[in-house]
Design a protein around this ligand. Structure first.
Ligand code: ZN
Length: 487
């Protein structure tokens, strides 16, 4: 008989993980320690992978269903003394990473330990917990490694994915905005400040004014931050180089809404830079960035040259809210506390959801205890009561999700289908504990259908916008009736 991880052990797991510093690129000790804890907690397999990620697996390696729990083990800098303080609201753990995102990672590790190897084997489900490296380094090395490993050839594409980021124990995060960093380096020959030209620094001023106006046009009539184009000025610097050229560097970060067309944006900023350099734009396309590859181009005018760099690009991503994954969480929150009010949230930052969401196109959400407004702050802390609730919610959600998957393969789904409602997983209740039916053709169909489902589209933001953001037409793979067409 397996012994389930209890509250004290789960708290020790979190505190131990927070106590090991793990800045981006320096995660080795924390990954090794977490793998040890996973082994001790009864995981079937636990190892540090080729990227340095801590990976723990529960359930058969060749299981029909794979559920990915993708957290990150790295933190931003800032040493906060690790301690548990008693407060009127109960004990609170302080420490860097307690919220972002060792709290959610420990939650996943503990919840899967509580689900246990025997139950996972019985359900023929493989639960994969990942503490990914370098999420905070804006390159998401660990998540990209996992994305490429679970590519449908080397390893199956997960049937569902839970990102480990703070959402608060009662809520789930459905989406994250995208991001692109824009840097211009403008230069012109050094000139006397009493001379006729205005100085190269004015290019940076013009750039920012142009970008702010662009965002204003895009955002007119859009109230929700999630749907807005949100630029921020990150850096301004002037200097003179050895070739006696005056330079100004301006860097802006832009938080991107769903459907933002980065290729279109590259053309527009190219056209702006050409005009600012007094060059005629010949209409040739400017290179656009991808999540893997920045785009760089230079325009040399008679007086002013501008080098443009577009980097750190991630598209926005939002998961579908109408599926068994989301429903299992809502049900689990109510199971843990009948008075709770489960809810949804979308975030203006990015996470590893932006990396794996577009590749896997599976039901996806982010979950974890903690108040995300404490991310990266010197006051980062988590209430241990909330942490323990989140462990219980996640455990119940995983059990409910597996049961929902089972129900899909009973005659119930087909009865519903015959009655005219052609949805499949979207209408399946999540509260049965019927044992898993092994090897059925129905389950294989479900796997195939969920892989194609849930490309993001959103009716609320689907109204056509002027450049530069246009929401693509609804995906043919999103929505119950369309998904059922695979059956
Ligand atoms: Zn995070």
């Amino acid at each position: 008989m397996e012994r389930s991880m209890d509250r004290n052990e789960a708290i020790a797991l979190l505190k131990g993980l927070v106590e090991i510093p793990s800045l981006s690129h320096e995660e080795r000790a924390a990954s090794a320690w977490l793998v040890e804890q996973m082994r001790a907690a009864g995981y079937d397999r636990a190892y540090v992978d080729g990227a340095g990620n801590a990976v723990g697996e529960m359930g058969p390696a060749g299981a029909e269903t794979t559920i990915m729990l993708l957290g990150h083990i790295d933190t931003v800098p800032g040493a906060i003394p690790v301690r548990i303080e008693e407060t009127p609201a109960g004990p609170v753990l302080y420490g860097r990473g307690s919220v972002d995102a060792k709290g959610p990672l420990a939650t996943a590790t503990a919840a899967v330990a509580r689900v246990g190897a025997a139950w996972a084997a019985e359900q023929n489900v493989r639960l994969v917990v990942v503490g990914a490296v370098e999420e905070e380094a804006a390159n998401s090395k660990g998540a990209r490694f996992i994305r490429d490993r679970f590519d449908g050839r080397t390893e199956p594409i997960p049937n569902a994915c839970i990102i480990g980021e703070p959402s608060g124990w009662q809520r789930v995060t459905l989406g994250y905005k995208g991001r692109v960093l824009v840097e211009i380096d403008a230069s012109q020959p050094m000139a006397h400040t009493a001379g006729p030209n205005e100085g190269v620094a004015t290019v940076a001023v013009d750039f920012w004014n142009w970008l702010a106006a662009l965002a204003q046009v895009h955002n007119s009539g859009i109230d929700k931050t999630f749907d807005q184009l949100s630029p921020s000025l990150r850096r301004l610097q002037t200097f003179t180089d050895e070739q006696i050229q005056d330079h100004v560097i301006a860097q802006a970060g832009i938080r991107l809404p769903l459907g933002f067309d980065v290729t279109d944006f590259a053309q527009t900023i190219g056209a702006w830079a050409a005009a600012r350099c007094n060059l005629d734009w010949d209409g040739a396309p400017y290179p656009a960035p991808t999540p893997e590859q920045p785009a760089v181009f230079t325009l040399a005018g008679p007086l002013t040259s501008i080098a443009v760099k577009l980097g750190a690009y991630e598209p926005a991503w939002r998961g579908d809210r109408n599926n068994a994954l989301v429903r299992s969480f809502l049900g689990a929150v109510r199971t843990v506390d009948a008075a709770a009010k489960p809810g949804f949230v979308v975030k203006s930052g990015t996470s590893d959801m932006n990396v794996v969401g577009p590749a896997w196109q599976c039901p996806i959400l982010a979950y974890g205890p903690g108040d995300s407004s404490l991310d990266h702050t010197p006051n980062e802390h988590v209430h241990l009561a909330e942490y323990w609730r989140a462990v219980q919610v996640l455990e119940a959600a995983l059990r409910g999700l597996c049961s929902a998957i089972f129900l899909l393969f009973t005659g119930w789904a087909y009865a519903a289908s015959a009655a005219g409602h052609r949805s499949t997983i979207c209408t399946v209740p999540s509260t049965s504990d019927v044992p898993w039916r092994r090897g059925s053709a129905d389950r294989r169909r479900w796997r195939a259908s969920t892989r194609r489902s849930h490309a993001p589209h959103d009716s609320a933001s689907a109204s056509p916008r002027r450049w530069p953001c246009h929401t693509p037409p609804p995906s043919p793979h999103c929505g119950c009736s369309r998904r059922a067409a695979a059956f």
